[in-house]
Design a protein around this ligand. Structure first.
Ligand code: BGC
Length: 772
């Protein structure tokens, strides 16, 4: 044991000068077991030493954070006075150093600032959007991508990202589906842990990494009607079994921070919800990091009709367990907590308890020793070519092939010498990079047109026509932050552009269409009431298909769109999401067979908007035999099931083997399955394992994902994949017993390439029900 601890301790330690003494401090993960009690104690001791010297105003300052672009010069003054502990949305190393200097040199206790930014799918190098990365079903790749993002951010002086976003989204009208991992808690938990490890490394304070922030705690993805910011009403069973597991996975992976959400959860605003933030997160899960509110969510406790005024809002958020307030300007914490303390509305112990994990985070990051960033090194890290290679790889692994009739794809070299590229996103850098990117150089983005030109064989002509222009009815409130506004076409121009695109298709040998949504149509404040292709894109698609030329549809979007017509008339459909800096190159590689699609859907694809919410893990309920006919006007089954995705080759599953027909409660079952690449090309398959508990104290979903592995298999080769189902996999939160329980029951097991897998067997769990 000693031997094991020693090297870890050495590796993870920094030397700090504390009151003239040299002290070694391990930077272990909050939220997990202390690596060494004494080193944890030393961090605490140092933080306590500081705390003792702090005035009430300085403490309230450490609990306050502002956006630099809205708080302006007042923020700089507050930093110098020790009245701010953190700022967000500064990404320029020189500006970061300038502000840090104000904190270190001017403030009384020289406590460094913590710089935060939303780094959700890359910093300078933009990776595919998070929903796309989830579609890779490749946690290792995702971890690597977030490690690159962390490295670039940290080299620029950013210490903390507001990610990963872990909100389960089962209603694709909700625009923020783009930031998460989709509908499933198992896949969501795997992506949560991978992202936390990627951002933070194996402990907080790992060089070149940043602090993660699991957001938005909790239930934000269940916004009523898919309308962003609207309230969520979530049953206990859904909360514990579906919405909370990714957060628990992030805490177990050691996330340094958690963000409290905007909306009301079951009638209590998440940011003032003591049950959520204190009882679940801290008492039950032993989270030891700090909680930051979402932007202005503390002040909004008043607008929710919950707090009386801003002072009450500050008191109630702090009392719920929120440590730091993120505010556009003038934080309610900094402005009200000192007075609230005087009035006895909060106690000194409460205030100290909130400040401690923030000071500890700064200590663990080594900011007291190294508060500044090396401005000359930043450029070199940001321009690393290996980062672009990782982004390319990520975009290739994220694409999902939805349809490939007559194996139109991959295109054989020189098969088509005249290619028409059509669609509003076909040559758009800002859309290819995707939403919510703030530190990239958008000019570096390789568009689909750019990628095709690089990869297509010499002599191929690629002509581009946007065909239509699309825009939101209500502009995005964030349009000022990203991208340039295009000037609108006149009606006459719109007609000409439409005709030009159709004529181009007519005069070409093949049409590649890039349709979907502009980047500002997905994300925060980007919910929709429809899933149709926006604007005249459907009309354009139908017109191009009617030319009789083969058509490949590339979908650039984050949500499932209404493809009912396309899925019957367009031979090849590839979901490319918002693929990032190297997106165009990745797409061209996929089209020309330099890469093979292997991604799978992280959500169920509905036929039309009237079906939502639609997810695979529903209950059997009454008359399950009529499940497909729940509506009289349209099938109630999905267009594409959760976990679905094709390849340029085919796979056959056989030999599902469960190592024991009966297992005692608490025991594990091993499952294996053979998978053969039956086509002529090498390819990846995501082998998925689903279970169904056939009886119990509560009804259980018809299927639940409980294992997956992405495997590469060469043509005509076979591979065996093993899974272990543990007692934890078979335990769930029962609404009947109001507790975690493992029931004795029979279980179905399926393995295959999506959630409609047919290869099936059963096993039984015997014994008395067991709680956790
Ligand atoms: C979003 C958060 C984000 C924050 C800072 C809020 O509006 O909900 O996810 O981290 O802004 O940009």
């Amino acid at each position: 044991m000693k031997l094991f601890i020693q090297p870890l301790f050495m590796r993870a330690s920094v030397c700090m000068l504390l009151a003239g003494q040299l002290v070694a401090v391990a930077q272990s993960k909050p939220g997990t077991k202390a690596r060494s009690v004494s080193t944890e104690a030393q961090v605490r001791q140092r933080a306590m030493g500081l705390l003792k010297q702090m005035t009430v105003e300085e403490k309230a300052g450490q609990l306050s954070q502002v956006f630099m672009f809205s708080a302006g010069p007042a923020a700089e003054k507050a930093v110098s006075n020790g009245a701010l502990g953190s700022v967000l949305f500064v990404k320029d190393p020189a500006q970061i150093n300038k502000l840090q200097r104000a904190a270190i040199e001017n403030s009384r206790l020289h406590i460094p600032l913590l710089f935060g930014l939303d780094v959700i799918h890359g910093f300078r190098t933009v990776f595919p959007v998070p929903i796309a990365m989830a579609a890779s079903w490749d946690p290792q790749m995702v971890e690597g991508a977030q490690a690159v993002a962390a490295q670039e951010a940290r080299a620029s002086g950013v210490h903390w990202t507001f990610g990963p976003m872990l909100d389960i989204a089962r209603d694709p009208r909700w625009g923020r589906i783009v930031e998460g991992a989709g509908e499933d808690p198992y896949l969501g938990s795997a992506m949560a842990a991978a992202q936390v490890r990627g951002f933070q490394g194996d402990h907080l304070g790992t060089p070149d990494r940043i602090v993660a922030c699991a957001k938005h705690f909790a239930g934000y993805g269940a916004a009523e009607g898919g309308r962003d910011y609207d309230a969520s009403e979530i049953s206990d069973s859904q909360l514990w079994n579906v919405y909370l597991p990714p957060f628990k996975a992030a805490v177990d992976a050691g996330t340094g921070s958690v963000m409290s959400a905007y909306m009301d959860l079951n009638g209590v605003p998440a940011t003032g919800n003591r049950w959520l933030v204190q009882n679940v997160l801290r008492d039950d899960w032993h989270f030891k990091g700090f909680v930051v509110s979402d932007a202005d969510a503390v002040k909004n406790l008043k607008t929710h009709g919950y707090a009386v005024d801003l002072k009450d809002a500050a008191v109630r958020a702090l009392s719920a367990g929120v440590n730091m307030e993120m505010a556009l300007a003038k934080p309610a914490f900094a402005e009200n907590l000192p007075q609230a303390l005087k009035e006895g509305k909060i106690s000194t112990a409460q205030l100290d308890e909130a400040v401690l994990p923030i000071l500890e985070t700064k200590i663990r990051l080594g900011l007291f020793e190294n508060p500044y960033v090396d401005e000359s090194r930043a450029k070199q890290v940001l321009e690393a070519s290996e980062h672009r290679t990782e982004a390319l790889h990520a975009a290739e692994r994220s694409a999902v092939l939805l349809r490939n009739e007559g194996t139109l794809l991959p295109l054989r070299p020189s098969q088509y010498n005249k290619i028409a590229l059509i669609g509003p996103m076909g040559d758009s850098k800002v859309d290819t990079a995707g939403p919510w990117t703030f530190a990239n150089d958008v000019q570096e983005t390789v568009t689909i047109a750019g990628g095709l030109k690089q990869v297509a064989p010499a002599g191929t002509t690629i002509d581009f026509a946007p065909g239509v222009q699309i825009s939101r009815k209500f502009p995005s409130p964030f349009s000022g932050l990203m991208g340039k506004k295009e000037s609108n076409w006149t009606d006459e121009q719109a007609k000409q552009e439409f005709d030009k695109a159709v004529t181009l298709a007519q005069n070409s040998e093949i049409a590649i269409m890039v349709l979907g949504e502009k980047q500002d149509m997905d994300g925060e404040s980007a919910s929709r009431s429809s899933l149709q292709l926006p604007g005249d894109q459907q009309k354009l698609l139908e017109a191009v298909v009617s030319t009789g030329k083969p058509v490949i549809l590339l979908l650039m979007t984050a949500r499932p769109l209404d493809l009912l017509w396309a899925s019957a008339h367009v031979p090849s459909i590839l979901d490319i999401w918002y693929p990032g800096t190297e997106g165009g190159l990745a797409v061209a590689n996929l089209l020309f067979g330099e890469a093979v699609p292997g991604g799978k859907l992280p959500f169920t694809w509905p036929r039309n908007v009237g079906q939502v919410p639609l997810f695979y893990a529903h209950y059997s309920t009454h008359e399950p035999q009529n499940q497909a006919k729940r509506y009289w006007d349209e099938e109630s089954t999905p267009l594409f099931p959760f976990g679905y995705g094709l390849s340029y080759t085919s796979f056959a599953y056989s030999n599902l083997h469960i190592d024991r027909p009966v297992v005692k409660i608490g025991g594990s079952v091993n499952v294996s399955v053979d998978i053969e690449n039956t086509g002529g090309a090498s390819g990846d398959e995501v082998v998925q394992l689903y279970i169904h508990q056939k009886s119990g104290t509560s009804s259980r979903p018809v299927r639940e994902l409980k294992g997956f592995q992405r495997v590469a298999i060469a043509a005509h080769q076979k591979s065996t994949v093993q899974f272990t189902l543990t007692a934890q996999d078979l335990t769930y939160w029962s609404s009947a017993t109001k507790s975690w329980i493992q029931d004795p029951a029979e279980f179905d097991v399926w393995t295959g390439g999506d959630s409609s897998a047919l290869l099936h067997d059963v096993f039984r769990v015997n014994g008395a029900a067991q709680g956790r």
